[in-house]
Design a protein around this ligand. Sequence first.
Ligand code: SAH
Length: 507
Amino acid sequence: MLPRVFLVGAGPGHPGLATLRAVECLRQTDVVIYDKLAPAALLDFAPAHAEKISVVELGSDHVERSQPTLDLMIAKAQQGKTVVRLKGGDPLVFGRGGEEAQALHAAGIPFEIVPGVTAALGAAAFAGIPLTHRQHASAVAIVTGHEDPGKPESALDWPALARFPGTLVFYMGIARLERITKALIEHGKDAATPAAVVYWASTGAQRTMDARLVDLPPTVQHAGITPPALIIIGDVVALRPELAWFEKMPLFGKRVLVTRPKLQAGDLVTKLAALGAVPIALPAVEIREPMDWTAVDRAIAELQRYDWLVFTSANGVYAFLGRLLHQNRDLRSLGHTRLAAIGPKTAAALRSYHLFGDLVPAKYQSEDLAAALLEKIKPGARILLARADRGRDVLRQELAKTCTVEQIAVYSQVDAVEPNHPALEQLRRGEIDFITLTSSNIAKAILAALDEVCRQRILSGRTRLVSISPVTSADIRALGLPVAVEAKSATSDDMLEALIEWQIAAG
Ligand code: SAH
């Protein structure tokens, strides 16, 4: 019988550490029941229609309260639905995956278990602590720190753990750190053994504290960081200065707001996470269909009238060509029309339809596109400009000086900042390092949504604004706020590069 329930490991926190199989399972599921520690970004792989239920919502986020999750999983499977049970790390390492699989077996529901990168492996790689090493450790023990070492009924053999010839990794132990270190030392472990606590391993929020075993509890106490955290004890911890690559990433630990519309934020979010940052999505605008397709449909019906078709955004390409196909036409109707794209992202969108731009300016702003076009086209040429229903009018004005320009709104862009969004609360509390502003409209939408406390964070330099271009910067300054970082040419890759340079210079 084919599996109905997939017990899937989501990895330790970095969404890129989920397995390909995990993504395959998510793509074909009807229901996802996910743990608190499973990275939220993975939920986006599930189809839009899939139900997404958090175990916290079920009141089932503690070991003693697993029944609601089991009941729901079984009920959904019995209704014929496919269920992904998404668990942090690996489902079978302190993940209750064993118990859940037993319950499924007892209910006669076929299941599959998809392993995941367990927190110990994520922490080892991202904090630079090899769990084994030919000179330092030939074994690893994965131990629960949930047990109170002082209790006589403890299931753990502390003398054996103290003698264990290798690296010890304690899960769920941070609240009992002092008792754990004491128990190990009392049973003979060298008090000077290198040891570390790794919080939020593999995410931009990762923090690692290391100290001698005996000094670890006071070191950690003063840091005041919230779990999840792992305790790693063994000589291998001493290798961190050479191996801790992630914590040396240029944007490590920086909290960066990504304000692009949800569907276009992915690329920037992934790149920021790879640079060690904590990307936080706060979509500023939303892309919708235009209120009225009449003008677009008329232009599509008469495409042969235009010499050039000009796109000023990837969204414009998707919207226009989507509509063309929707009208039962195909790319042949563009046969004789020349195509211009404002920048590399727009050109890439054309290429995704197997179309090459005839013109992409060397710099990516309306003025540059207008200049490049005017150089290339004959006066009197007929130009169709496919764009959003709002934005700058420069391109049309410039082109209209010598050509016949028709402008159509192929998509609509509306402000979409949610006033109670948690990211705004973080900004108020002074927890955001940078806000990326990837267009003038986005900048205006975000800045309009800021209250006085948020504005003060920016004016005082706690939070810095990162602008994609001089035009966007001018709009930001016109709203009375300073721009700290500006991209050289208007692409998000340039913006990231400028941000990295700024951060390196700032130390
Ligand atoms: N099944 C999970 C473990 C669940 S138990 C796995 O295989 O990783 C929860 C414990 O895992 C937490 O108390 C903490 O000790 C550890 N943990 C999970 N994610 C972590 C992370 N990103 N960083 C540090 N510890 C983590």
